[in-house]
Write a protein that binds this ligand. Sequence first.
Ligand SMILES: [Zn+2]
Ligand SMILES: [Zn+2]
Length: 527
Amino acid sequence: MQTLSFTEFFPKALLVDFLRYALTTGIIYLIFWVLFFKKWQHRVIQKKPLQLAKMYTEFAFSLSTVFVFALIGTGIALAKSAGHTLIYDDFGERGWVWFFASIGLMIVLHDAYFYWTHRLMHHPLVFRHVHLVHHRSTNPSPWAAYAFHPLEAVVEAGIFPLLVFTIPLHGLALFVFLVYMIVRNVLGHLGIEFLPKNFLSNPLISWHTSTTHHDLHHKDFNHNYGLYFTWWDKWCKTEHPNYTETFEEVTTREKAQGNGIKTLLMLLLASQAVSAQSVAGLWQTYHDKSGQPLSMIRIQEKESGIEGRIEKIFLQAWEGEDPICEKCPGDFQGKKVIGMQFLWGFKKAGSTWNDGRILDPVSGEIYQSKLWLEKPKVLKVKGFWGPFYRTQTWQLEQDNQDNNPVTGTWKTIDDKSDKAKSLVKISEQNGVLSGQIIKIYLQAWEGEDPICIQCPAPKKDTKIVGMTIAWGFTKKEKQWENGKILDPGNGKTYLCSIWLENENTLKIRGYWGPFFRTQTWKRIKSE
Ligand SMILES: [Zn+2]
Ligand SMILES: [Zn+2]
C-alpha cells in the first residue's frame, strides 16, 4: 500500500474542511438571511439584526477550527494508511445495513460526547479561558457554527479518533456524518427558527434539537447543552425552562406583510411579546385623565400570580399623611393605604396577565382587571366595571433586578429531600459576597448547636451556626461566580456560582469536575 505523506495530505484536508464549513454556512446564510429574508424575518428568534463585525470574528475563529480539524483529519488519514484504524473501503465487507446503522451510531455517540464535553466547557475554571470565545455570540449567526477557541476545537475534534479506532466505518459513512454534523451545527446557530410550529408537539420528531434550543443556550448560558437531540438535557434536567414557551412564541408569530404600516404595527406587537417576561419592579401610576402622578406601586411575581403593594402616595397637602382606607371592604377596612396589597391574583397568559383584582383605595371598589407591557417600561392596566373599562398607564421607576440584590436571608432547601435545612445570611463587602449560617433546622436526634467535625482547619470542630460557608463570589453580568461553598455535612468545599432566578429565588450551583448540583434557596422576609 502506498504511504501517505503529511505535507501532501494536509493541504487537501484543509481545503475540504474549509469548503465543508464555508459552503454549508454560506448557502444556509444566503437562503435565510439574504435571498428569502422577507419570508423568514418574523422568525428571527432574538429579533435583532446580525452584526457584520461579529460575523467576521465568528468566521475567523471558525477558520482556526477548520485548521485543527484538518490536522486531526490528516492524522487519521495517516493512521488509516498505516492500517491502524477500523475504516474500511469495500462496501461488501459489512453490507448496507451496517453502513446506515454506523451513521446513526456515530450521531448518537457524538451527541453524548458533545453534551458532556460541553458541560465541562461550562465549568467556571474552563469557561472563561476557553468556551467564552464561542459564547461571545449571545445572538449567534450561522457563521458561529465553528467559532471555537483552538483548545475547544481540539476537544470537538476528539470524537473522530474515538470513532475510527473503535468502530468499523466506511469512508462514505464518515463523510455523511461530517455533512450531517456541519449542517446541524450551522442550523443550530441560524438565529431563525425555520421548523413548523407543531414540531415540539410531534413525538416522532420533537426530540431533535431546534435552532431555538441552541439559541437559548447562547442567550442564557445555563441550559440546553445538547447538540442533536434533547435527550441529555431532559435526563440531566438542564433543559431551558422556557424552551417550549419560546419555541411556541417564535413559531406562532404572524408573518410581516409588505405593507409598511402593518409592519410597524407588527414590530410594536412583537416587542410587546418579548418584554412580557417580567413586570416585577417599582411602578409609578398616573391618573388616566389628568396625567398626574398618583402613587408608587411595587409589583412582585409570586407562584400564585403577581401582587402589588402601594409604596408611596403623592398626596395633596390637605389630604394629610399616611391615610387609611375608610371605604375599603372586609379586612382592608381601616388599614393604612401605604403597604396595602391592593393588586393580586393576576395570572400570566401569553403576553398579558389576566383575571386579577385591583382595589381602588379611594372608592373601596374592587375591579377585575388585566395588565400587559406596552413597551419594556410601560405597563397598561385595564380595570373592568361591568361592560365599561378604564385603562391606566404606569411607568417603570426602578428595575427589579437592581432593587433585589442577592443579599439578605435565605432558606436553604435540600435538593434531594426538598426539606428546609438552614438559614443563610448573604452579605456583600467591597463587591465580594459571603454567606453565613444563622440557623439550622435540626432533627431531634441531631442534638443542638452541632460542630463541624469534618470541616478542614481552621473551621474544624467549630460551631456550624455562625460559620461562613460561602465566600469569594464576584459579580459577572447576572451571576456571582468563582465562589466557594463548604458543605458542613461532609467538610468538602466546592466551586460555586449563584444567581437570582427571581426576586425571591436564588440558585446555587456547586461544581464537582464536569458535574454540578443546583440548589434552590428561598428568600426569608423577616429575620
Ligand atoms: Zn456553551
Ligand atoms: Zn453554539
